[in-house]
Design a protein. Structure first.
Length: 263
């Protein structure tokens, strides 16, 4: 059995930052594995530990910098990885769900997995659409916002619980091959052990261009355009009281009185 997990690197913005053109200046960004994807990785690794002869393959779209994030996934138990990138992709202002799904679908067909796991969404763009778009591209069955998975590998069935609006929990069966988008809280992602980190350095990481996976430039044209980046205006300002407890308590009482807050 083979499980493919899509992962993404997301930028974490400092509290104070500067916008340069359409992007936040790199000096104010740090990068890490997308939170939702960490749960997808853990779910795949848990399946590999419970079922015999399971290979976990990680796939990501991104520049060389992303390999550090990919190695985190390998250190947590994935067996090998594929990274897709070239200079033409670097020129795109925005890689939307459609574009990423096109690239991921091409790699998925080559890897031929029984199950594809993605995070529900990413912590930066938050489209929450790549997983289901990928399923559409592949013609796979799918289930979104999965918060419990019981895999019957012999019957090729995934018994899943889905988190719906209003706290409703849907229970359904999905035939493999399938794409499942994984919700946070489905498990407890493990920390990479020192042994796992060492092993990750020797695990295969294949770098391919879109052309090498059969995707031409025309197929990567996005229908979306990124036109502006700005810092949202704060709706209110915080008031900071300074002094000893007696002084600050008096200041707070005065402010509450001015706002019309009574006992």
């Amino acid at each position: 059995m083979r499980i493919l997990v899509t992962v993404k690197e997301v930028g974490i913005v400092d509290d104070d930052f500067h916008i340069a053109g359409l992007n936040i200046d790199e000096r104010y960004l740090t990068y890490e594995l997308n939170e939702w994807d960490s749960y997808a990785i853990e779910e795949a690794v848990q399946v590999s530990e419970a079922v015999d002869d399971v290979e976990v393959v990680v796939v990501s779209v991104g520049p060389e910098r992303v390999e550090e994030t990919i190695r985190q996934a390998l250190a947590k138990g994935a067996d090998r990885a594929v990274r897709i990138w070239d200079d033409a992709l670097a020129e795109h202002d925005l890689l939307d769900a459609r574009t990423k799904a096109t690239l991921l679908a091409a790699v998925t067909r080559d890897i031929d997995p029984d199950l594809v796991l993605t995070g529900v969404q990413s912590g930066d763009t938050g489209f929450a659409a790549t997983g289901v778009t990928l399923a559409e591209r592949l013609g796979f069955e799918w289930a979104a916002v999965v918060n419990q998975l019981d895999l019957d590998a012999e019957a090729d069935i995934a018994h899943v619980h889905r988190e719906l609006e209003g706290g409703v929990d849907e229970v359904t069966d999905v035939e493999l091959p399938a794409v499942l988008t994984i919700q946070t809280g489905i498990n407890e992602p493990r920390y990479a052990s020192l042994r796992g980190i060492r092993q990750a350095q020797n695990k295969p990481l294949d770098v391919r261009t879109p052309a090498e996976v059969g995707v031409g430039e025309a197929a990567l044209e996005s229908l979306l355009r990124w036109t502006d980046t700005r810092e949202p205006e704060a709706e209110s300002e915080a008031t900071i009281f300074e002094g000893d407890p007696e002084e600050t308590a008096g200041q707070l009482a005065g402010t509450l009185h001015e706002l019309g807050v009574e006992e």
